[in-house]
Design a protein around this ligand. Structure first.
Ligand SMILES: O=C(CO)COP(=O)(O)O
Length: 312
């Protein structure tokens, strides 16, 4: 794909990713690129902004309205003893009360986790089936999760897309079934390394999102948190740069506006996953369209608390 002048201005060094559509993210929010205020007002604003620590300056009012979200995906790790200890540590820790926290243990330990965890902490299954019941050996239904007080589910994780060959359509059907059954969904999308190197990042995430948009009504996006997890950054220690993450998140937000609704564009949370740690979370959390994280390996460690508290 040819990258126009406007793209080039908005692209950063290490992220040769085309932005969806023709405009840079700042233009997508209809924000002027320079303030339309008088000189004395500007002087006043700049004087006071020097007095306020940078971290407390809100990037934009929409971000303020979206509750920060941190998910812990335990994947196929842990047994009764270690999961009990992780949950008890979380219960005892001082967690940022403005952050929504959801942990996702393996299926066998969902009810144990729900019973042990502080009610403020949500619990998510790592998968669900798209059919309501019947002869589907090994699967778990939406109704069974809801009946066990499990209110969240992770759908479309790249490990299921890549290793278990789940298709965009199957993932979209599961998402619809989950939402119709009263669950909220952490909907995972992201490109492989080859796709990124072929400059296809936005094409891939758009294709994955379009499949879900075919199944969901505009209102049902209220129940979705989108997790952008570049496959090459998962479990590799290779975290996306803050610019790479922001760039794709901004494109996803633009897609929400164009393909779902203005409300979805303003309100749907877009979280980042892929080698998030206590070291890189603060910088990522500052980005305008990064509304939280989906954490794998570090969610099994005490460092998870620091990631939950990335903004304090
Ligand atoms: O896949 C992930 C969360 O769903 C990310 O895993 P890591 O944080 O271990 O890279």
């Amino acid at each position: 794909m040819r990258i126009g002048k406007r793209h080039r201005r908005c692209l950063v060094r290490q992220a040769p990713v085309p932005i969806l559509g023709t405009e840079c993210p700042s233009i997508l929010f209809n924000r002027p690129t320079f303030p339309l205020v008088s000189i004395p007002t500007l002087v006043f604003i700049s004087f006071f902004s020097f007095q306020i620590p940078k971290t407390s300056i809100p990037h934009n009012p929409f971000k303020m309205a979206r509750q920060f979200f941190v998910g812990g995906n335990f994947k196929m790790n842990g047994v009764k003893e270690s999961i009990t200890s992780i949950v008890k540590n979380l219960n005892a820790a001082k967690l940022d009360s403005t952050t929504e926290v959801v942990i996702s243990p393996p299926a066998l330990y969902l009810t144990l986790t729900r019973e042990l965890a502080d009610p403020k902490i949500g619990v998510a299954a790592q998968n669900v089936f798209d059919k309501p019941n019947g002869a589907f050996t090994g699967e778990i239904s939406v109704e069974q999760l809801a009946d066990s007080n499990i209110n969240w589910v992770v759908i479309g994780h790249s490990e299921r897309r890549v290793i278990l060959k789940e298709t965009d359509e199957f993932i979209a059907r599961k998402t619809k079934a989950a939402i119709e059954g009263g669950l909220s969904v952490i909907f995972c999308i992201g490109e492989t390394l080859e796709e990124r190197e072929a400059n296809k990042t936005i094409d891939v995430v758009t294709r994955q999102l379009n499949a879900a948009a075919k199944e969901l009504s505009k209102e049902q996006w209220d129940k979705v948190v989108i997790a952008y997890e570049p496959v090459w950054a998962i479990g590799t220690g290779k975290v996306a740069t803050t610019e790479q993450a922001q760039e794709v998140h901004a494109a996803i937000r633009q897609w929400l506006g164009a393909s779902v609704s203005a409300e979805a564009q303003a309100n749907v949370r877009i979280i980042y996953g892929g080698s998030v740690s206590e070291k890189n979370c603060r910088e990522l959390a500052q980005k305008e369209d990064v509304d939280g994280f989906l954490v794998g390996g570090a969610s099994l460690k005490p460092a998870f608390v620091d990631i939950i508290n990335a903004r304090i």
